[in-house]
Ligand binder design. Structure first.
Ligand code: PLP
Length: 396
């Protein structure tokens, strides 16, 4: 008998987005004339910027021309894109070589695939509340998971401790779902901890482009000795609207070595076995993000989402509701008022103000009592949602 991977039995059913979809569907069926203010799912609403669209069109034309046509692409990424990403890092004072950059189809794929580099017997630390894929990808591989809860008392940014010792340490900053961002000192303590323990940090930088406070690290490689303990996983999804176009990149410094094994060499070997590279057309579009024009244009879109965040933060301030995130992240994580539970508050907002958030309980037990707002919606809807929040909760 073929034995399936029995670890799949250990996966918890994820009802979070399914339940949200069911509840909103039922609400709309009962109130067909109502408009919903959707601030639940973390997908972008603005189209790709002009520089990217132009590059995509040009790349399509290349594929129609015998002399400019591209077949299989290099497994770890086209040299023009690896160079563009590495140059972008160097422009920020981080010394990354082109061959330390690996192009991917997005951070989700990479967060799962990169686990191939670690022994199945290794353990993984997940700081909760967390992006659900960290836990599930490790459950599928049968790894031991250490759940480190965080809370309001530490601003959802826990310190390393004896209980946090693990082989793989997931750190997501700016964080999804809490929007919390590690400052330099706190992140340095995790880097030092990882180097002391021989652990490897998987640094999820999917939201680095939302950091506006100068002093906050946008890359883990801004910190001392991070090159000997960290892998940085990045995505163009929220940086440049590539959620449906699919492109990301991962930085693995050559100095990251454990037990005589160089992770960058291992990943090269892995990619050449398991992929045939990302589409030429998409990589051309991605390279345009790193051009001067591309950087300016993606910034314009990010500023629109940031204005949404400010609109929501103003409403929450007016209501004296505790929250974190929003300033340096596209998520706002708020405490449900009146001691309401996450789902109770979700229902209340849906029924009384037609606002859809994401219940914090869906991101781990310590998310109970919180709700996440995403700021990726339209400015018009966000303004109206903020007005409705103030009207509804101001009465309480
Ligand atoms: N990491 C975090 C923290 C995310 O929130 C997301 C997407 O929402 C991803 C990774 C996945 O990004 P991608 O679209 O590149 O797969």
């Amino acid at each position: 008998m073929t034995m399936p991977n029995m670890h799949y039995r250990d996966l918890k059913d994820s009802y979070l987005f399914y339940n949200i979809a069911q509840k909103t569907k039922a609400y709309l069926a009962a109130h067909p004339d109502q408009h919903l203010y959707r601030m639940g799912i973390g997908d972008v609403s603005l189209p790709l910027c002009k520089a990217v669209i132009t590059a995509l069109h040009e790349a399509v034309d290349d594929q129609a021309d015998r002399g400019r046509f591209h077949g299989y692409m290099p497994e770890c990424g086209a040299p023009f894109l690896r160079q563009a990403v590495a140059r972008h890092y160097r422009g920020r004072g981080i010394n990354i070589a082109d061959d330390e950059v690996f192009v991917s189809s997005g951070a989700s794929d990479e967060l799962g695939d990169i686990l191939d580099l670690f022994d199945r017997g290794s353990s993984a630390l997940v700081i909760e509340p967390a992006y659900p894929a960290y836990v599930d990808a490790n459950v599928m591989a049968g790894r031991r998971i250490i759940h480190l809860p965080s809370g309001k008392e530490n601003g959802f940014l826990p310190e390393p401790s004896e209980e946090a010792k693990a082989d793989i340490l997931y750190i997501c900053s700016p964080n999804n779902p809490t929007g919390a961002v590690f400052d330099r000192e706190k992140l340095q303590r995790w880097v030092d901890f990882a180097n002391d323990c021989g652990s490897v940090i998987l640094f999820d930088a999917a939201y680095e482009a939302y950091i506006e406070d100068e002093g906050l690290p946008r890359s883990i490689f801004e910190l001392k000795n991070a090159e000997t303990c960290a892998i940085e996983i990045c995505s163009l999804s929220k940086t440049a609207g590539f959620t449906g176009t699919r492109l990301g990149y991962t930085v693995i410094p050559r100095a990251l070595v454990r037990n005589g094994m160089c992770f960058a060499d291992m990943w090269l070997r892995n990619r050449t076995t398991k992929t045939n590279g990302v589409s030429y057309i998409i990589q051309k579009g991605g390279a345009a993000v790193f051009s001067e024009e591309g950087q300016r244009q993606i910034r314009e879109n990010i500023l629109i989402y940031k204005e949404n965040a400010r609109t929501l933060m103003r409403a929450l301030d007016e209501l004296s509701i505790w929250y974190c995130g929003g300033k340096n992240a596209p998520y706002i994580w708020l405490k449900c008022p009146e001691r309401m539970g996450s789902w109770e508050f979700f229902d209340y907002l849906l029924n009384e103000a037609q606002i859809v958030g994401t219940p914090g309980a869906g991101f781990g037990a310590c998310g109970e009592g919180y709700l996440r707002f995403s700021t990726f919606g339209s400015p018009e809807d966000t303004k109206e949602a903020a007005r409705r929040l103030v009207t509804l909760l101001g009465k309480k």
